[in-house]
Design a protein. Structure first.
Length: 507
């Protein structure tokens, strides 16, 4: 009896193993077909991009006359392409049969007067594709109609979603662009890192260390409706094969969507990344850039240290610095703003220009008033905490905040750091308002600290936890903006008492 049970169990195990093997084989076949389809589409799309470049170059060819016939054929022959009707095309019969098949399907956007005539095409072997288009490891044999931009492959491939053979590649400007489900290797995630942050540009590093293949191209788009662009065309692009890592520089603010493609045509997605460029901080003599890791304060290693600041919406870390006397400052870069019913839109500006780092038209925007008094000012430093009043300027956390009047506060500021490179003064209403505009633009709700201590707490490190009192919602912002006493500015009444804050301007 025990033997019968054992045999039954063994039979079940064998059946389960067989079913698992069959399922694995089926899944493997499907993955292979998807992979082959993706590789085919990727190569055809790359050929299409190169063909489009040739068609665009022809439009500016010095002998081009749209009213003359024959110039285009002359131009293609000049580039060295072989007519598909030539005896040099060993697959002429195959292509004729494919064209007959395509004609019988009555494919949309297929011009039978042009696209069904073999003499209108030029033949490319896999060697020709590598030579003319710099596409390596291609196994395709195609004919190309440079007049219409149509491309036909000799072998084609099965589209498992539509159960038909794909021969053609459409371009979006001509007809229906060939679209299939992209194969993503979800278990391999490319890594993106900001290597350098220069304020108005960033050096980006993208790695594909765990993949079997090298990176062929990294694509990006900033609008999901736009055609993807090549990162290899961006500034300072460099690919280090040994590290499977690409470096490049971007200098336009906005949301970026990256797709990494290896040499086999498989694509690896990257999550959306937002970049926001603004004028980089200008350190005066005796100033040192700082940032925090946890509650540990660190000095920047270099002026383009990526840890120093990041003005994107998801990070919103303003540049912080300390002067030699230990006082804390926050950099406010030049910006334009637009007030709506529900929010504030911010556009950072290139240097002292009126050009947005997002390259958008500034209709409805106006320059932040803190910068309107000095048209060439790219930014300014404002005290991170409210200052105390003991005839010195102490801008550090955990200090008891005394009350002073406007004239005394101004005198304290005027006597501070009178050097050739910097000067300090009492902040004005416009400079103070700029902090609120930036906070409101990122939906930061600053809490009223109701405290007589700078940073909202008597402890020196209390500000690290008291981020609800910060203009950025983290420890990189300006503190003590709402307190139990009025904030003194240059625009305050001369007899008004309260707490004051300073600005450190770069001459």
């Amino acid at each position: 009896m025990k033997k019968e049970i054992t045999i039954k169990k063994l039979s079940i195990i064998i059946i389960v193993i067989i079913v698992s093997i069959v399922l694995s084989i089926r899944i493997g076949i499907k993955i292979y077909k998807l992979y082959s389809l993706q590789k085919f589409v990727a190569q055809m799309q790359t050929i299409q991009e190169n063909v489009n470049k040739i068609r665009d170059e022809y439009k500016v060819w010095e002998n081009y006359n749209p009213n003359e016939t024959g110039n285009f054929y002359e131009y293609i022959q000049l580039l060295g392409f072989t007519n598909a009707n030539s005896t040099s095309n060993p697959y002429l019969k195959n292509f004729e049969n494919i064209i007959n098949d395509l004609n019988s399907r009555e494919i949309q956007n297929w011009d039978k007067n042009i696209d069904s005539i073999i003499t209108n095409y030029y033949y490319c072997s896999s060697e020709d594709i590598e030579k003319n288009f710099n596409i390596k490891n291609s196994n395709l044999y195609v004919i190309i109609n440079f007049t219409t931009g149509n491309i036909i492959s000799k072998d084609g491939i099965e589209d498992i979603n539509k159960n038909e053979i794909i021969y053609r590649q459409y371009d979006s400007s001509i007809g229906n662009k060939l679209e299939i489900n992209t194969i993503y290797m979800s278990y391999i995630t490319p890594e993106l890192e900001v290597v350098k942050n220069n304020g108005l540009n960033m050096q980006i590093k993208i790695s594909l260390e765990n993949a079997d293949s090298d990176i062929s191209e990294i694509y990006y788009y900033m609008n999901k409706d736009e055609t993807k662009k090549r990162c290899s065309n961006l500034k300072d692009y460099e690919y280090i094969k040994e590290e499977k890592t690409a470096y490049f520089t971007i200098d336009v603010s906005g949301n970026y969507y990256f797709i990494v493609e290896d040499i086999t045509g498989v694509q690896y997605p990257l999550v959306e990344k937002n970049f926001k460029f603004c004028n980089p901080p200008v350190l005066a003599e005796g100033m040192e850039g700082i940032y925090w890791i946890g509650d540990e304060e660190r000095s920047i290693s270099q002026i383009n240290d990526p840890n120093w600041y990041d003005y994107t919406e998801d990070e919103f870390r303003f540049a912080n610095a300390k002067t030699e006397d230990g006082n804390y400052w926050v950099w406010i870069p030049r910006f334009y703003y637009r007030a709506n019913l529900d929010n504030i839109d911010i556009e950072y500006i290139y240097e002292s220009s009126n050009t947005s780092t997002s390259n958008i038209a500034l209709n409805g925007y106006k320059l932040c008033e803190a910068f309107s008094e000095n048209g060439e000012k790219t930014g300014f430093w404002i005290s991170k905490f409210q200052s105390n009043d003991d005839n010195t300027l102490v801008i550090t956390p955990g200090e008891t905040l005394a009350i002073t009047n406007k004239n005394k506060a101004q005198n304290i500021c005027n006597n501070y750091l009178e050097t050739e490179t910097v000067y300090s003064s009492l902040t004005n209403d416009k400079q103070l308002n700029s902090i609120f505009l930036l906070a409101f633009s990122n939906n930061i709700n600053i809490t009223n600290d109701m405290s007589n201590y700078s940073g909202g707490f008597a402890d020196e490190f209390g500000f690290i936890d008291n981020i609800q009192y910060s203009s950025t919602g983290n420890l990189y912002g300006v503190y003590d903006l709402y307190s139990s006493e009025n904030e003194i500015t240059k625009n305050s009444n001369s007899n008004e008492y309260g707490r004051f804050r300073a600005v450190l301007n770069i001459k």
